[in-house]
Design a protein around this ligand. Structure first.
Ligand code: E4P
Length: 217
């Protein structure tokens, strides 16, 4: 399963890239606003850190203006992936861009039928939002299971990009279901390293090592 970082914070992206775990980055207008950076500038900087897809979202609601925004965004770097909302105009834009060889991430997907539409429009990625489903009292991971079945039934190439990931259990379940990608805030990706027995193990080994009075260096 590929790991994307859901952030526009450069230091976090650089740190994750150094671990070799980072396969791409997703941003959205809220994350850009939180970074306080210029959209074009920060997107260019992120594209220079990872070779993987970097999702940059259009903000227009109509197809012609979405295309104009997408033209500006895809000129930033070859690894820009245009993010469009799951609307009729968003999917028209998806079709036009993917026909033209540009990667597209169809975002704000909340139903399996919507995911079917995104695949039929040729989306590179579909982003079902699991955390927001959970917030709403519905099980986000059930949506991922349904989409996996539908995409496998028809051998769609669209990759399931699990979004709105809030905790490590979302990551585990995504991997068990066979999602293609998950995007999570850096703190969730870093939490995947944690295990109390790892900490205890290090503590025990170091205590015994001290008793030997030796040093490796
Ligand atoms: C991903 O592409 C989305 O922008 C993101 O995962 C949304 O997460 P949130 O529901 O925590 O805002």
């Amino acid at each position: 399963m590929k790991f994307f970082a859901d952030t526009a914070e450069i230091d976090d992206i650089k740190e994750l890239a150094a671990t070799g775990l980072l396969d791409g980055v997703t941003t959205n207008p809220s994350l850009i606003a939180k970074s306080g950076r210029d959209f074009m500038e920060v997107t260019k900087e992120i594209c220079g850190i990872t070779d993987g897809p970097v999702s940059a979202e259009v903000v227009a609601l109509d197809h012609p203006t979405m295309m104009k925004e997408a033209d500006k965004l895809r000129a930033i770097a070859d690894n820009v992936c245009i993010k469009v909302p799951l609307t009729i105009d968003g999917l028209k834009t998806c079709k036009a861009l993917t026909d033209d060889g540009t990667m597209v991430n169809v975002t704000l997907c909340f139903s399996a039928n919507q995911a079917l539409l995104a695949a039929k429009a040729g989306a590179t990625f579909v982003s079902p939002f699991v955390g927001r489903h959970d917030d709403n009292g519905t099980n986000g991971m059930d949506l991922i299971r349904d989409i996996r079945v539908i995409y496998d039934n028809y051998a769609y190439d669209t990759e399931i990009l699990v979004a709105s990931v809030r905790h490590v259990t979302h990551v585990l379940e995504s991997a068990l279901i066979g999602a293609d990608v998950m995007t999570a805030p850096p703190k969730v990706i870093k939490a995947l390293f944690n295990h109390v027995l790892t900490d205890k193990g290090i503590e025990g080994f170091l205590a015994d090592w001290e008793k030997t009075g030796q040093s490796i260096l």
